[in-house]
Design a protein around this ligand. Structure first.
Ligand code: NAD
Length: 322
């Protein structure tokens, strides 16, 4: 008998790739989202369009004897969406409601195991002020001081999943993703993140032209290619005893200026960088992979450049066809 999986947020970037991976592993997959995947048809066996804030809809979608449930649906976007403050109420309300519904009705439907995608955005701002030495080890999450309401909602929901595990025995697995990127991710329109935005700007620029970067470009980040993210998700889900929360991210840290330089070299273009004011987030951030290595005997290791080569090729094609 095939294993049954439910992927919530299956129309989004990570969810649509996860559906492909689960299909390769021969799962029967039901995908759920407000929308279909934007860039290629879903591979889910069944795809239900609907709103996970709606209790009646959630009761309908969780009502199957799933072996695994993946809860990736969230109201989210890049810095231009999360850090301006304009969407705070919706981000908190929408994502918290989805998680409350999924756990409440998941337990009622006797769901055995559920994965939850938290974020590096839960880490305290006070540990990420020095761009060269950010601290993002799992235990450093407390005393809590995320720099966005998006991060606070993620932290609340992590606790919600742990509480349902403690009181109702539902198996939970929680990861904290660090800046996942790759082909078929949002690359335009305001919800895109730094790697996609930079690929788009460089693809659209003329050799010798100019692109804009928010801030001084000296803020640091680490970026994780989608395939490695999903390897981590599946390993965590397969773990029999380790619940997380655990970082799933890269330890290869670059400044945003360096990110631009790498993409320019991939594009074989030299463009000038104009630094402008914009929403930024913390000064420095990178994954700390000690815990994942210890618990799952694995950590992401692919060089950033390799993932950017694949992502740039895809975004350059989108830019050319727009
Ligand atoms: P995404 O925005 O592409 O996907 C999220 C999906 O959730 C979207 O397709 C959206 O339509 C869906 N959704 C939102 N509200 C919904 C609702 N009410 N009902 C049904 N579906 C709804 O984002 P992503 O990059 O694929 O991220 C997936 C998960 O991973 C999210 O929970 C996100 O917070 C988390 N995460 C992502 C990153 C990253 O770098 N991409 C980093 C940290 C955490």
């Amino acid at each position: 008998m095939k294993k049954l999986a439910l992927v919530c947020g299956a129309g989004g970037f990570i969810g649509s790739h996860l559906v492909k991976k689960l299909k390769l592993e021969d799962f029967w997959v039901r995908g759920v989202d407000l929308k279909y995947p934007e860039f290629s048809p879903t591979l889910a066996d069944e795809f239900i369009i609907g709103d996970l804030r709606d209790q009646i809809f959630v009761q309908r979608v969780v009502n199957m004897p799933y072996d695994e449930v993946y809860q990736l649906a969230a109201d989210m976007g890049g810095a231009g969406y999360i850090f301006t403050g304009e969407h705070d109420a919706d981000v908190m309300h929408n994502s918290a409601t989805i998680n409350l519904n999924m756990l409440h009705y998941g337990v009622k439907s006797k769901i055995k195991k559920i994965f939850y995608s938290s974020s590096a955005c839960i880490y305290p701002e006070y540990n990420q002020l020095d761009p060269d030495n950010p601290k993002c080890s799992e235990e450093s999450a407390y005393p809590a001081a995320p720099d966005s309401e998006y991060g606070w909602e993620k932290l609340f929901s992590e606790r919600l999943y742990m509480a349902f595990h403690k009181n109702y025995g539902i198996e939970v697995r929680i990861s904290r993703f660090h800046n996942v990127f790759g082909p078929e991710g949002t690359w335009d329109g305001g919800k895109e993140k730094a790697p996609a935005a930079m690929c788009r700007k460089i693809a659209a620029a003329k050799d010798g032209g100019e692109i804009e970067i928010w801030g001084d470009g000296k803020q640091t980040r680490s970026f994780l290619y989608i395939d490695e993210c999903l390897t981590g998700v599946r390993k965590l889900m397969d773990s029999t005893t380790f619940l997380g929360p655990v970082n799933i991210g890269s330890e290869e840290m670059v400044t945003i200026n360096q990110l631009a330089e790498i993409i320019m070299s991939i594009a074989n273009k030299k463009v000038n960088i104009k630094h402008i004011k914009g929403p930024l987030g913390v000064r420095g951030r990178k994954s700390d992979n000690k815990l994942i290595m210890e618990k799952l005997s694995w950590a992401p290791s692919e060089p950033l450049r390799d993932g950017l080569i694949k992502t740039y090729a895809w975004i350059a094609e989108q830019v050319a066809n727009r």
